[in-house]
Design a protein around this ligand. Structure first.
Ligand code: GLA
Length: 348
């Protein structure tokens, strides 16, 4: 990548950073309700190299080179995920001079494993190194999320950016999206997860995501609470039917995350798996964010012997995650799953 940088910009990079993709083990569509999530970093990552230049420009394989300016409105292309974080840094009082930026990534895009959060986090980290500044992980994540909300126009929660900024390999991160704090929970070696792309990219995701978020906010306001984090299952009975179903997912999912952390700490593979599968059913039936390809994939992951399986991330296509029981032969499990789902491929 250093050679590619020199070739592209005629100078050496002055700063570089790397940020990983994530899989969310359980706790989806809870982050924007001040709830809990349990992500874990994946081996694939985005790397960013930077050097001072006379003007802002960015390159990434497969895209035409872009000249951008973080002080101007978004361009509506991939460089917004570079410009947005630099614009947020400037608002936070950290001015980054014009830079040449090279991006390289082996994270599949549109798969629901946070390729955009990884890019935002890597840009912020490289820029901080370049100017000799430092910020805590949670602050890096917050600036990255604001870039995505305000500059890129995606109304996401903090899950992806926190997972990428504060996650550590081999550990799950119990995220409290109200306090913004994360607690690392070691994953025993007997817990083997597999992340599989169902073969269909995310479709119609943005509008439907914002619609779900609006329903959850409406439920909280009808209940007179700050966020659904503050609601109990018994509070939901009088909500209108459709809003009630959405709220039921969020409230139950928060409970499942805390139960899953207890199961992880106890090394209880069976209970953890059961919670994952319950989470999938709730996301499919109450939250309506699954697809037939994801449902088919999850069903065959379970039929091939997984302790539990669920869609991961926003849904509407992308990936599912399965937990294998300690005795499972991972290769024959995958042979069976891929035989049943010809379009599916193993992400991690
Ligand atoms: C997307 C969003 C996250 C989160 C998940 C669902 O990944 O970016 O903030 O809401 O969906 O859990």
């Amino acid at each position: 990548m250093r050679d590619a940088f020199r070739e592209a910009f005629g100078c050496d990079p002055e700063a570089e950073a790397r940020a990983p993709a994530r899989v969310n083990l359980i706790g989806d569509h809870t982050d924007y309700a001040d709830g809990y999530c349990l992500p874990m970093p994946l081996p694939c990552a985005t790397r960013v190299m930077m050097a001072r230049a006379t003007a802002f420009s960015a390159r990434s394989e497969g895209h035409p080179p872009v000249a951008f300016d973080p002080s101007l409105p978004p361009r509506g292309d991939w460089s917004d995920y570079v410009a947005g974080p630099l614009a947020e840094l400037a608002k936070a009082g950290i001015d980054v001079p014009p830079v040449a930026v090279l991006v390289a990534s082996d994270i599949p895009q549109g798969a629901g494993v946070s390729s955009s959060a990884a890019l935002e986090v890597a840009v912020i980290r490289a820029a901080l190194l370049l100017v000799g500044a430092n910020l805590p992980d949670a602050e890096v994540a917050r600036l990255a999320q604001r870039a995505e909300n305000l500059y890129c126009g995606v109304n996401c929660g903090i899950l992806d950016q926190m997972a990428s900024a504060a996650g550590r390999a081999g550990e799950a991160l119990l995220l409290d999206c109200r306090s913004g704090e994360g607690r690392l929970v070691p994953v025993p070696s007997s817990f083997r997860f597999r992340v599989v792309h169902c073969g269909e990219g995310r479709r119609l995701a943005e509008g439907a995501y914002n619609e779900r978020r609006a329903a959850v906010e409406q439920a909280a306001s009808l209940l007179g609470v700050a966020a659904l984090r503050d609601a109990a299952p018994g509070d939901l009975e009088h909500l209108p039917h459709d809003i009630g179903r959405r709220a039921r997912h969020v409230v139950a999912e928060n409970e499942r995350v805390l139960a899953a952390v207890a199961a992880l700490e106890a090394g209880d593979n069976v209970s953890f798996g059961r919670l994952m599968t319950q989470s999938h059913l709730s996301l499919a039936e109450d939250y309506d964010v699954s697809t037939s390809a994801l449902d088919r994939l999850v069903a065959s992951m379970l039929a091939a012997g997984a302790s539990g399986a669920r869609l991961t991330g926003a849904g509407f296509g992308g990936c599912a995650v399965a937990l294998l029981p300690p005795e499972a032969d991972a290769a024959s499990w995958w042979a069976e799953v891929s035989g049943e789902n010809p379009g599916a491929w193993l992400v991690a």
